[in-house]
Design a binder for this molecule. Structure first.
Ligand SMILES: CC(C)(COP(=O)(O)OP(=O)(O)OC[C@H]1O[C@@H](n2cnc3c(N)ncnc32)[C@H](O)[C@@H]1OP(=O)(O)O)[C@@H](O)C(=O)NCCC(=O)NCCS
Length: 161
């Protein structure tokens, strides 16, 4: 999918260096929401080791200072189950441009095409930016996880186009 100067495409084996840079460049606040204990970094970098077969990863490819850059990452976990888990992050310098919405919209299309029933995710109660994005994109708040994170679901009723 092409969107102005951005392309959303599957993560590829030759993205290893750029992907590591995406995590290395992540600011403290973003990392505190998306990369606690380097969890999502380890998860993503495992793709380059073993393919991380129960996940699907897509990146938002853009340019910055005339250099190619990974401006966003989205993944689903449990790709062969009805309801998948989702993680998303936008590079700090690209935040606030509604690119998160572009990535989510791409994943919604994928999930509908592949007959998934919904998407689950959790987010910190203090992550107001993420909550705004999820609610704007039709996620419904359904409670709290055991770690006091907010739980959200996006449902795809059967037959919805
Ligand atoms: C959360 C995230 C994915 C949102 O993506 P984005 O492309 O920056 O989102 P948007 O540009 O659509 O902004 C989301 C909304 O939050 C608003 N917003 C921006 N900064 C905000 C702030 N500090 N407090 C509250 N709302 C804020 C924006 O104005 C926008 O609202 P709008 O729809 O009324 O314009 C992105 O900011 C990010 O990667 N953050 C760090 C990692 C992270 O938190 N990941 C999610 C973990 S659950």
């Amino acid at each position: 999918m092409q969107q102005n100067d951005f392309i959303i495409r599957p993560l590829q084996q030759n993205d290893k260096e750029q992907m590591q840079k995406f995590f290395d460049d992540m600011g403290e606040e973003s990392a505190s929401f998306f990369n606690v204990n380097h969890g999502n970094e380890k998860r993503t970098m495992e793709f380059f080791i073993n393919g991380k077969k129960d996940h699907l990863f897509w990146v938002l490819q853009a340019t910055e200072n005339n250099q190619p850059v990974i401006a966003g990452l989205v993944f689903i976990w449990g790709k062969d189950t009805s309801v998948v888990w989702l993680g998303i992050a936008i590079r700090d310098s690209f935040q606030g441009k509604h690119l998160g919405q572009e990535l989510l919209s791409f994943v919604f299309d994928y999930c509908k095409e592949h007959d998934h029933g919904g998407i689950l995710l959790s987010t910190a109660a203090t992550n107001h930016r993420a909550q705004k994005l999820y609610e704007r994109c039709g996620f419904e708040k359904i409670g709290k996880s055991p770690t006091e994170e907010l739980l959200y679901i996006k449902r795809f009723p059967r037959g919805e186009q």
